[in-house]
Design a protein. Structure first.
Length: 199
């Protein structure tokens, strides 16, 4: 049995399309990662052959099971993590308001939320921060979109930090931001597009 290897990329290096294609092929058809003993964090295991399909793999805290995960259709963080590799992501239009925000949950980590179709400002409340939860926000309506931190949590936007249970908001159609919790009390904004206000 020969060893199967995939391109590894370290921080600061460029990721090329061919790298992504190789990872995608490894996950969908011709590569059985180690950890075949069923313990995803095990440091030992065996590599399979091109004739054995992908079963389970461990990726920095996310476990993906089955090819269906690549479509982002399975529950939990696995499908959404692997969905990002294959270009799939769950998109959900929200209708929560200032008076009655939509409460997001940790199980929705990796989702993309929009305010498409609203007739007033859309408001979502982030789940209680826990390291690694992430959401993508897209403003589709000029009524605006507010993203509120939970009680005891803050949102960092560059060098600025919101009040406890503060929020960011934008009414610019096309504005986007990815928000990731880095610990039990802090959310951090990444890759914002267009104007966002932090309160």
């Amino acid at each position: 049995m020969s060893a199967n290897t995939v391109i590894q990329v370290t921080a600061g290096n460029t990721i090329y399309a061919s790298d992504i294609n190789q990872w995608y092929m490894a996950l969908t058809a011709d590569f059985l990662p180690r950890h075949t003993d069923g313990v995803p964090t095990a440091s030992s295991g065996r590599l399979g052959s091109p004739t054995v399909p992908f079963s389970t793999a461990y990726f920095g805290g996310c476990v993906g099971t089955g090819v269906a995960s690549l479509a982002g259709v399975s529950s939990g963080g696995d499908g959404r993590f692997l969905g990002e590799l294959s270009g799939k992501q769950t998109v959900s239009a929200v209708s929560g308001t200032i008076a009655s925000p939509t409460q997001l949950t940790a199980s929705q980590s990796g989702y993309c939320f929009t305010n498409e179709g609203v007739s007033e400002k859309a408001v979502v409340q982030l789940p209680t921060a826990a390291s690694g939860i992430k959401v993508l926000i897209v403003v589709q309506s000029a009524f605006g979109f507010r993203v509120k931190a939970n009680t005891g949590d803050t949102i960092r936007f560059g060098s600025d930090v919101s009040a406890t249970a503060g929020y960011i908001e934008s009414s610019t159609v096309g504005a986007t931001v990815k928000i990731i919790s880095i610990n039990a009390t802090e959310w951090v904004c990444f890759s914002p597009m267009e104007a966002w206000d932090l309160v």
